[in-house]
Design a protein around this ligand. Sequence first.
Ligand code: F0G
Length: 430
Amino acid sequence: MLSELVCFEPTCRARFPIDEVIYNCPKCGALLEVELTGQLPADVKSLWRQRRTCNTPIDQSGVWRYRELLPFGGAENAVTLREGDTPLLDAPRAASYAGLDRIAFKHQGYNPTGSFKDNGMTCGATQAVRLGMRRVACVSTGNTSASMAAYAAAAGLEAIVLIPHGNISYGKLAQALEYGARTLQVEGANFDEILALVRLLAEKLGIYLLNSINPFRIEGQKTIVFEMLDQRDWNPPDWIVLPGGNLGNTSAFGKALRELLAHGLIPRLPRLAVIQAEGAAPFYEYSRGGPFRKVEHPETLATAIKIGDPVSYPKALSEIEATRGVVEKVSEREIADAKAIIGRAGIGCEPASAATLAGIKKLVASGAIRQDADMVAVLTGHVLKDPDYIYHYHTGQLTGPGNAKISAGFQNQPIVVPNDAEAIEKILGS
Ligand code: F0G
């Protein structure tokens, strides 16, 4: 399809060629989005379905399979690691924990680097190659950096990662190192402050920025919704629930749904529910009216969503309104227990992802979501992304912001035993 970059601000709507290296509107400074124009091929749903059985890397990719709704006019130069293709998993026990009849998790942790960022990064890295960029950079709470490092390595680009020192999980930091990124741990600064820094450096040094402010990342993340609907034979659920941090994913999901509806591929829009952690919930407050106020010192153990000044909030609010969505916030304890429940379903996820189930439980209890609703919650990251959190939870050592102890509702303490069959028999026999 033909594509252009368009200013997201309704009073501006300035248009720019797709190959300009810009992230904000040069006229008014607002966010940019890709606009696609043109017709889809007849019976595109069958085409997409057929591609699942093809062995070419671009058809195997759960992102590039949907290339008719991506801004590249094809899949030439696609930098792919076979991202997407993530399952929808039914979880009856998690459903009853939340007070629902049923729930399915779309688990983005099954991606090559273990998070939904890969859906976006395959497109971001491809655009970097198309533009002839040599270096790419991002600030990250961990997953973006892991993903960017991998895709940059696959594309032969140099990756520069900036992270808040001491504030991302080792699993994620380890990935950036292993994939060969130059990793700068910035002292005494949070995600929001480092984003300002990396934007300045990218501009000065001509480095391509791969945070979700980059509209090509958003385009790739749309395919999470395309694939989810394809897996459901294009029957929209009542609700799609996701955690909110910098709000790129919320923007991507809303855009995906609007495009599917506009092309007649779905009969109606599901509602979006975005869940934030209590200590980092500026979007929750904003969604209740009034001006946007950033949280100066965001705090949560779900470090992936420890963000106080999310860049994509204007887009995200517009998508919440378009889908008659809701925004909820949840406590550290609620996240921790929901995470353990997702684990006991044999599924598992990282803390930020579990905010979904915690939020759903709250929304069902308040009557905002019906018990018989058709629900899909998106688990954004793999259980092994943050093993320290898990160990601390199950051994009763989890402490939240301000050193507050978080008591675990579903603790599973490991037991130290002597190397002695009789002693072990006694424990297991009881
Ligand atoms: N879940 C996980 C596991 C994440 O890593 C992130 C964001 C989110 C949810 C929130 O998504 O920002 O689109 O609202 N992580 C970013 C990072 C910020 O740097 O990895 P969002």
